[in-house]
Design a protein around this ligand. Sequence first.
Ligand code: FAD
Length: 286
Amino acid sequence: EALNERLSHLKDIQVSFEFFPPSSESMEQTLWQSIERLQPLKPRFVSVTYGANSGVRDRTHKVIEKIHTETDLVAAPHLTLVDASDEELRALARQYWQQGVRHIVALRGDLPEGQGRPNRFASDLVSLLKQEHDFEISVAAYPEVHPEARNAQADLINLKRKVDAGANRAITQFFFDIEAYLRFRDRCAAANIDVEIVPGILPVTNYRQLLKFSEFAKVHVPNWLHHMFDGLDEDPATRKLVGANVAIEMAKVLAKEGVKEFHFYTLNRAELSYAICHALGVRPTP
Ligand code: FAD
């Protein structure tokens, strides 16, 4: 009965997938296999991250272009404002619009080491993009607070600024503390942030790497997660099964809490994201 009851929450769920530009031929193959595998799930959009040095930027454009011409997916490039002048950003925005891009994930980007306090923020990029064209815009949100924020309230007000500047959706940093996400969603609602706060789901297969990511991003790794992966450092096959179980459980709890949109940090791998989607009732449609 409890399992049947859970099924009723799995209606009309929508998903998006995030990829990064590949840096070798074999990674390129993996990426395209993953896109092919995930495409029949009809994601709302797929996004491609953007690095802070110029070589990586070109790679983002190339992947976006190829998704655009070879699939019927909506391709959304990430765009960051660190390292680029307003003029460069405007030119890029116009170029994207001309190519048919209508959705951008707008970010500040991580600061190059040694750079002092910034004076431009993602909200400025949202305004700039909206001045150029009526893009659909997704922005970042941090249920456990962005590491540089003065405090949680200042960070929330920053998200509100991004939404007031025209952002249509917030995608969260990955998290494992579901309560923290739910509290954050409530605080957004109380602050009249009236866009979806889409949870960013990171399917874990490499726990060691996750610990590094989490430390950098100041994301709390709960004891239960540690317990799940403890002793599996040399056992990737079991790690994968455990990782799938963790992510599916999390996604189902979120669905029960009314979440209808999920964003997956695929790390260019389809397998776990596909399995989680399946469990959420997101299936291939002819
Ligand atoms: P902002 O919203 O500008 O916030 C940055 C910090 O400044 C916050 O602490 C905020 O509270 C503070 N702040 C904002 N306005 C003010 C103000 N007026 N005065 C004082 N403080 C202020 N990085 C990449 O390089 N490439 C990517 O493709 C990429 N994709 C991402 C996708 C998602 C879904 C997420 C969650 C993050 C992504 N990032 C990416 C990482 C992101 O660039 C970093 O987290 C970056 O440090 C902050 O970006 P932001 O857009 O959240 O910045």
